[in-house]
Design a binder for this molecule. Structure first.
Ligand code: NAP
Length: 338
């Protein structure tokens, strides 16, 4: 397995994690807003196209679909080890505190350890769609059949993130403590936070130091996930992550398609002959981030991984690192003050 940042940029590239106990595949595939039944087929396609890292969440209601696809993929490819795959999931923002996190981890773990068959009605859960579009009736791929293994499915969660800094500081710290305990039990390999601002990160670091001073394991923030793309540079959080060796997962790397045709991308698209989506993903990779492009279309999933035959120049990297603050999602929890 390629395990160093210095390794050539390729679909196999993995970034080392600061615990020193593993690495994360640099290109990820995100499944927000994919209904579980659809997620199974698209995730399987992504794995076949070479992605090794999938980003899901409790609140996306499609962990089942991701696990069904990954276990199917492993069964179809017996020479590919479980350890080459990396699945992130998250503690939902509406849940708060130690007890809720303990329960949420148990629920995610049960999804990871009990892959469903493709005809299981649980795979038909409608995905979370804030815009109100219900895709619960999305047709299943009739050729797809999940293999029920005799093993414990995926066995463990590769990365567990607090989805957003909701609740009080005490509740956030409680959730973190539940994650550390699950890590001690071998249920989770790596820990991180999503949508945390610098203030939230500092508070968490203080809590970790406090736990360690009391003789308890504090855990390590190995990954930060947040919205980052040329219209949202986040130099503050990036600086913090760099100082502490925290890997950055960049969500909405395609700006949700809201910037197609924007003149910022035009010159690079013309020079490289690649699509705007490919330029944005390549920028994210060359910046050292872990982009999580999402698509429900197989041809786009393939296109988004076809980014290893061209390179952006240093000038182009700088040009796209604009310093702008224009979130494309409807929320920015990094600025929450409670
Ligand atoms: N932690 C958090 O709070 C958080 C928040 C947001 C996202 N995320 C993670 O990040 C992932 C990606 O973010 P996102 O879903 O917000 O947005 P995104 O990846 O920036 O954009 C997805 C949109 O781009 C379209 N698209 C994908 N590839 C394309 C291509 N090659 N050409 C044209 N259009 C293309 C998709 O449409 P089709 O699907 O129709 O192809 C979809 O509408 C999520 O799935 C999730 O895993 C995390």
């Amino acid at each position: 397995m390629v395990d160093e940042m210095s390794a050539a940029l390729s679909i196999a590239r993995r970034l080392p994690l600061s615990s020193g106990k593993g690495s994360i595949p640099q290109l990820g595939y995100g499944v927000y807003q994919c209904p579980a039944s659809k997620t199974t087929a698209t995730t399987l396609h992504a794995l076949q196209a070479g992605y090794r890292h999938i980003d899901t969440a409790g609140i996306y209601r499609n962990e089942h679909g991701v696990v069904a696809a990954t276990t199917q993929f492993l069964a179809l490819n017996p020479t590919i080890p479980r350890s080459s795959l990396f699945i992130s999931t998250k503690f939902a923002p509406h849940l708060k505190g130690y007890k809720a996190a303990t329960n949420a981890i148990a629920q995610s773990l049960s999804h990871f350890r009990n892959p469903l068959r493709a005809d299981d009605p649980k795979l038909d859960l409608p995905a979370t769609r804030p815009n109100g579009v219900d895709r619960s009736a999305w047709p299943r791929d009739p050729d797809f059949e999940t293999v029920r293994t005799e093993s414990d499915g995926l066995g463990y969660i590769d990365l567990y993130l607090i989805h957003a800094p909701s609740g009080t500081l005490e509740e956030r710290n409680g959730a973190w403590r539940a994650m550390v305990e699950a890590q001690q039990r071998g249920e989770i390999k790596h820990l991180g936070v999503s949508n945390y601002g610098v203030r939230h990160l500092r508070e968490l670091f203080e809590f970790i130091a406090h736990e360690e001073s009391e003789g308890r394991p504090g855990g390590k923030v190995e990954v930060w996930q947040g919205e980052i793309h040329p219209w949202l540079s986040r130099h503050d959080v990036r600086g913090f992550c760099e100082d502490f060796g925290i890997v950055i997962q960049a969500y909405s790397p395609l700006v949700r398609g809201q910037k197609w045709g924007d003149e910022l991308l035009r010159g690079v698209v013309e020079r490289t002959g690649k699509s705007e989506a490919q330029v944005l993903i390549r920028w994210s990779l060359q910046m050292g981030f872990v982009p999580l492009p999402k698509s429900e279309k197989n041809e786009r999933i393939t296109e988004n991984a076809d980014v290893f035959d061209f390179e952006l120049t240093d000038d182009e990297l700088k040009l796209l690192d604009t310093g702008k603050y224009e979130p494309c999602t409807q929320w920015d929890p990094t600025v929450w003050t409670h």
